[in-house]
Design a protein around this ligand. Structure first.
Ligand code: DGL
Length: 265
């Protein structure tokens, strides 16, 4: 039994989709969340910068005594080699999501919706291809994470138009599975489902990763077995009120009162 918190981080509020999944699986676990809202979006940045920011985030979380880390961000997962050199177990969103997609796909034609930096790295697509032996249909979706970060929802016509445009290659290539390879996208899964229809399976990379982390930490006897979990939510800039509403809908909890600001940059 280990009462130390699990550190979960992202460029913004997207990683809260991993917190939602962790809470369902491990209701006893304390979670320390950090979203780098001041420097979001990461998806348009070069890999070296993403890795440098990631180093600052993980150093802070480690100083706060986390027992494990979840890089709840596809962009960080694919562009931060420093994640390989951490002194505690660290889970990125690539392998669990790639395995889940290959398991669920019947025809092996899989699409990847992600940020520009994730698509450019090729890491997510390679992980899927290793499982299926087939090329992946990539769609970089640069507008989505910034819109979600502003609190734009699945019902907003600007967002549904962008999703429809980004999903065109998936429909053209008749994929049967799409990996939501950015942790912001599970927050607008309804918009993807509306465009792609019921025959396409959506893979939530944050939920898959939370499940893999929960299993691995359980096997390593690193879970906290008792007590009521205290969640701490840190951001490098205050999220807009509409984004906090999105977060409250997602978590079933208003995080406004538990929110702290960290001047990281
Ligand atoms: N949630 C991040 C990801 O999974 C967001 C992207 C961004 O900051 O551009 O890739």
């Amino acid at each position: 039994m280990d009462p130390r918190p699990i550190g979960v981080f992202d460029s913004g509020i997207g990683g809260l989709s991993a917190v939602r999944a962790l809470r369902r699986l491990l209701p006893e676990e304390p979670i320390l969340y950090l979203g780098d809202t001041a420097r979001m979006p990461y998806g348009c940045r070069p890999a070296g910068e993403i890795d440098a920011f990631t180093g600052q985030i993980t150093a802070w979380l480690l100083r706060r005594g986390v027992k494990a880390l979840i890089a709840a961000c596809g962009t960080i997962s694919c562009n931060a080699p420093s994640l390989q050199r951490l002194p505690v177990p660290c889970f990125d969103v690539v392998s669990a999501a790639a395995e889940a997609a290959a398991r669920r796909s019947v025809c092996g034609r899989i699409g990847l919706a992600a940020t520009e930096a994730t698509v450019r790295s090729g890491r997510f697509a390679r992980a899927i291809t290793r499982q299926t032996g087939q090329p992946v249909v990539n769609a970089a979706c640069p507008l989505l994470a910034p819109m979600i970060e502003q609190g734009v929802t699945s019902e907003d016509p600007r967002l549904t138009a962008a999703v429809a445009e980004y999903c065109r290659p998936f429909l053209e290539h008749r994929v049967d599975t799409v990996v939501l390879g950015c942790t912001h996208y599970p927050l607008i899964a309804g918009a993807f489902a509306a465009v792609l229809g019921p025959s396409v399976t959506l893979i939530d990379c944050a939920a898959e990763t939370a499940a893999a982390a929960a299993a691995a930490l359980g096997q390593a006897h690193l879970l906290s077995a008792e007590g009521s979990p205290v969640g701490e939510f840190w951001f490098t800039a205050a999220p807009p009120p509409a984004a906090l509403q999105t977060a409250a809908r997602l978590l079933g909890q208003d995080i406004g009162s538990r929110l702290s600001l960290l001047p990281l940059a």
